[in-house]
Design a protein around this ligand. Structure first.
Ligand code: TYM
Length: 332
């Protein structure tokens, strides 16, 4: 079992990233050989201020360590330090079909009405993502629901490459999507996912928010006036309520029905403070570790450089195999 996953280093990590991905990455370290990376080459598919991007890469690396990623056990790095990623992505561009790419819902969402004005990188982005996992022969890729389509594409690219060039080079990666936190929704609108691109900061909880702000965001989260039922199916049509119960259950490591069992008959006046407490309990130690890590940015750079060296060594045979399969001579 080899686990590979990435996250874009654009500003803050929010609760959707944490519950949908990072918290599960931390657990997987006990079960498998893991590679986790900052997808900085994905981040440049939209304009980022270069100084801010550099700062975000370090900050996000520190956040991952603060959340429990252990850079001795897992290989942690930023993509830009491992050129095998964009190299393999280019080789796979010959295999990926424009028709497949045109179906990617995230590109449609992100480019919006201005498709002609979107960068080529934003369109080609899922090919780089395929390279990210295929390079390491990833067997499992823990992600939120929104990345599932990209991983299906990675499987299609791998299958077509293996078939066209008659090789058994790439392993087909399996997406691992959590049961309770596959799609954490905005605190202001239960039909939109929690996202760092939402203009309202009140729509999300950032891992670096002050404790008071976390409590305030939970208090102001949109809900309804009905009491909570004792089972999840009875929450049908109450997207905001369902979202908050899902967040609680994931944080507490409990089944949503077990949570509802305790709060059945009560309203949000009782549920919200309990949720805020649970959030604060989770975030407080992460923030404390983060403060200590921020004090030593040199150490974060060393961690990323060492991770990149280990990643490059693992990637080399697959990259070689791809050049060879394509008939491209290399070296002296
Ligand atoms: P990114 O940076 O948008 O998000 C990182 C991870 O957080 C998950 N996530 C969520 N999960 C539940 N609810 C939400 N509201 C929510 N928002 C985000 C995402 O599904 C993701 O798992 N393309 C990827 C980064 C990437 C990658 C990869 C991932 C690049 N290469 C290879 C896996 C394998 C992205 O932009 O994630």
């Amino acid at each position: 079992m080899r686990v590979v996953s990435g996250i874009q280093p654009t500003g803050n990590l929010h609760l959707g990233n944490y519950l949908g991905a990072i918290m599960r990455w931390v657990k997987m370290q006990d079960e498998a050989e893991c590679l986790f990376f900052l997808a900085d080459l994905h981040a440049i598919t939209v304009y980022n201020d270069p100084a801010e991007l550099a700062a975000h890469i370090r900050e996000m690396a520190a956040v991952l360590v603060a959340c429990g990623i252990d850079p001795d056990r897992s290989i942690m790095f930023n993509q830009a330090r491992v050129p095998a990623h964009p190299e393999l992505a280019w080789l796979l561009n010959g295999t990926a079909r424009i028709g497949w790419m045109n179906r990617m819902t995230q590109f449609k969402e992100k480019s919006g009405k201005n498709r002609e004005g979107a960068s080529v990188g934003l369109f080609a982005y899922p090919v780089l993502m395929a390279a990210d996992v295929l390079l390491y022969q990833a067997t499992h890729v823990p992600v939120g629901e929104d990345q599932k389509q990209h991983l299906e594409l990675a499987r299609d690219i791998a299958t077509k490459f293996n078939t066209d060039y008659d090789v058994e080079l790439f392993t087909l990666p399996e997406p691992l999507i959590g049961k309770t936190a596959a799609r954490i929704m905005s605190l202001r609108d239960g039909s939109a996912k929690m996202s760092k691109s939402d203009p309202s900061d009140m729509s999300r909880i950032n891992l670096t928010d002050d404790i008071d702000l976390v409590a305030q965001k939970v208090r102001k989260a949109k809900t309804d006036a009905e009491p909570l039922p004792d089972n999840m199916p009875a929450l049908a049509g109450r997207a905001e309520a369902k979202n908050l119960v899902g967040i609680y259950a994931t944080l507490a490591g409990e089944a949503p029905d077990a949570v509802l069992g305790r709060f059945a008959g009560q309203g949000f006046g009782a549920f919200k403070p309990a949720l805020a407490d649970l959030l604060v309990e989770t975030l407080r130690p992460i923030k404390a570790r983060l403060d200590a890590l921020r004090a030593d940015p040199g150490e974060i750079d060393r961690v990323l450089a060492r991770g990149a060296e280990r990643a490059a060594a693992l990637a080399a045979p697959t990259l070689e195999g791809a050049y060879k399969a394509l008939g491209l001579p290399r070296g002296g």
